[in-house]
Design a binder for this molecule. Structure first.
Ligand code: C5P
Length: 218
């Protein structure tokens, strides 16, 4: 397990974060939330008044924010320029801006390089959209996690206390559309990935299933 790489890709709100943290904690390995890295860059751009819908402007600042990801599954945090922004990156403003920012090639190039550095010798569960397709195609275990949009919206709303389910669902679907349709590293299920639909499973059941795949292949 000390060298294994577990790649978990999937749609927004499919339960990737809770699943990956649970699997990593159970197996005693590290955890990397690559979505938090795209969110952190987006947060920095918004803070600095950069127009997130101007790809050239976004590209010119792609290398500016200094990022640090903590990979302990029990306390995953992300710092930008030494400030912990783990809470700030979950705001509605970041939700709305992160997909266009993530579609900019210069942003992806920089973050993919950082992610590969963090993965290093392995022993890690990595979640995102392009982990199996781009970041680490040699991952020993590849999972593609999905759930029905209404289930995803209900879970997300329960997490952040949002009252408007249909607005939450629309926001998730809008991100999925941009993430799946972009030219660079679109969300996709690679050959060899195991598709897990979590609609009718509890979190514990999904963790059991994924942890089982990992121990089978370790
Ligand atoms: O996983 P999460 O929903 O926090 O990701 C936020 C956004 O970051 C996604 O909607 C996507 O636009 C982007 N992302 C990405 N590639 C990844 C992880 C996240 O483009 N590997």
């Amino acid at each position: 397990l000390g060298t294994i790489v577990v790649a978990v890709d999937g749609t927004s709100g499919s339960g990737k974060s809770s699943t990956c943290r649970g699997v990593a904690a159970r197996l005693g390995i590290r955890y990397l939330d690559t979505g938090a890295m795209y969110r952190a860059v987006t947060w920095w751009l918004l803070e600095h008044g950069v127009d997130v819908h101007d790809p050239a402007a976004v590209a010119s600042y792609a290398a500016a924010p200094r990022l640090r990801s903590a990979t302990d599954p029990l306390a995953p945090t992300i710092c930008v320029d030494d400030r912990d922004v783990s809470v700030e990156i979950r705001s509605e403003a970041v939700n709305a801006a992160v997909s266009p920012v993530s579609a900019v090639p210069a942003v992806r190039e920089r973050l993919v390089a950082l992610q590969r550095e963090i993965i290093g010798d392995g022993g890690i569960v990595v979640e995102g959209r392009d982990i199996a397709s781009v970041v680490w195609p040699d991952a020993e275990v590849k999972v593609y996690l999905t759930a029905d949009p209404s289930a995803r919206a209900a879970r997300r709303a329960a997490e952040n206390g949002a009252a408007d389910l249909s607005a939450t669902e629309a926001s998730l679907l809008s991100r999925d559309r941009i993430d799946s349709g972009r030219a660079v590293a679109p969300l996709t299920m690679v050959e060899g990935a195991v598709q897990v639909d979590s609609t009718d499973l509890t979190l514990d059941e999904v963790i059991d299933l994924v942890a089982g795949l990992v121990t089978e292949r370790a």
